[in-house]
Design a protein around this ligand. Structure first.
Ligand SMILES: NC(=O)c1ccc[n+]([C@@H]2O[C@H](COP(=O)([O-])OP(=O)(O)OC[C@H]3O[C@@H](n4cnc5c(N)ncnc54)[C@H](O)[C@@H]3O)[C@@H](O)[C@H]2O)c1
Length: 340
């Protein structure tokens, strides 16, 4: 299939690109490199031994999109492009609304112009907000607590409205839990531009000596050891969910929403221990106050993805830590240099 990947230079997009190339799909990637580096593509090309089209541009730019849709003529779109930092979204909410929502509206219009009707969208478990019950299933109420989470929820609604008005449209909305890890080769992985916002890349950078210690926010939550519990999902498993989703949209109409997680949670202290075991490094950490707005625990009920997408996670926390460490230790400065 001819697939356009927006945001394909990013952490999850690049892993998905590699897997789609492995299945002989024809790919065009659109990215503005606002949170990534085009250097990732040399590595994807090396791993896949395949060619693909690259367009440097913005998903909000109608002309760029028109050229892609008229030239490459994608049959389906996987839409990763977006800003994703929850904390930053509270400081710059309009930047998030503009980039994420206007980007998606412009993309759907460009798709309509050429009758491209299939989309897979990167949503997030943050759309659920404070858990009313756990595990979250897809019917759990959506009351997101940050501007970032609201952009994801509003985009989901936009896609549902688009689909309702377009009988031949087919959309899959994937609500990711906490993606971590890297390709097992250590050649592509997560390369945050700044100090990492998320736990695993932060731990990786402590392990490799770039950061001195980890701050653990709160050890008095109602969890196994008092620290926050999340559903970590290996990025390679997550990327594979997009392959199943591309097949799914090709054979269906309407919109389906799926949780993509393992269904099991790990606490911050459990992640530290697993990372220490995988890396042989000690991770210094310090217990701090809870952060306002943090949720004690959440994890997925992934049964719907098991049943309808025929997808389930294969990798466990030890695998995630092994691959994150392999990537970080081979690429301490990310994509700046070639892998060691
Ligand atoms: N990583 C996570 O923890 C997580 C969890 C849930 C959902 N998501 C969502 O998954 C998607 C991919 O996440 P990721 O972790 O790979 O993030 P990422 O930042 O690594 O990748 C996003 C890519 O989109 C590009 N981009 C951003 N705005 C753009 C625009 N206007 N035009 C063109 N390109 C643009 C960035 O340069 C980057 O390459 C995002 O939509 C994110 O919100 C991520």
């Amino acid at each position: 299939m001819r697939v356009l990947i927006t945001g394909g230079a990013g952490f999850i997009g690049s892993q998905t690109l590699l897997q789609l190339l492995g299945e002989q799909h024809e790919i065009c990637v659109l990215d503005n490199y606002s949170n990534s580096s085009p250097m990732v593509f040399e590595r994807v090309a090396m791993l896949s031994n395949s060619a693909f089209e690259l367009v440097e541009g913005d998903v909000r730019d109608r002309d760029t999109l028109a050229k892609i849709f008229e030239g490459f003529r994608p049959e389906a779109v996987i839409h990763f492009a977006g800003l994703k930092a929850v904390g930053e979204s509270t400081t710059f909410p309009i930047r998030y609304y503009e980039n994420n929502m206007l980007g998606t509206a412009t993309l759907l219009q460009a798709m309509d112009a050429v009758q491209c009707r299939q989309i897979v969208f990167s949503s997030s478990a943050t759309v659920y907000g404070v858990p009313k019950y756990l595990p979250y299933d897809e019917a759990h109420p959506c009351i997101p607590t940050s501007p970032y989470g609201r952009t994801k929820y509003f985009i989901e609604e936009m896609i549902r409205d688009w689909s309702a008005a377009t009988p031949t449209a087919s959309a899959v909305i994937l609500r990711y839990f906490n993606p971590v890890g890297a390709h097992s080769s250590g050649i592509i992985g997560e390369d945050p531009n700044d100090i990492p916002n998320n736990l695993m890349p932060y731990i990786s950078q402590v392990a490799v000596g770039k950061l001195s210690k980890l701050q653990v926010f709160g050890n008095d939550y109602d969890t196994r050891d008092g620290t926050g519990l999340r559903d970590y999902i290996h990025v390679v498993d997550l990327a594979r969910a997009h392959l199943n989703s591309i097949d799914y949209v090709a054979g269906s109409a309407g919109v389906e929403t799926f949780n993509i997680g393992t269904g099991e949670g790990a606490t911050v202290l459990e992640v530290i221990q697993a990372f220490e075991a995988a890396s042989g490094q000690t991770i210094p950490y310090e217990i701090n106050q809870r952060r306002p707005g943090d949720i004690a625990a959440f994890y997925a009920n992934p049964a719907k993805a098991h049943n309808l997408l025929d997808w389930r996670a294969k990798f466990n926390l030890a695998n995630m830590c092994r691959d994150a460490w392999n990537w970080q230790s081979k690429n301490p400065d990310g994509y700046v240099q070639g892998p060691k």
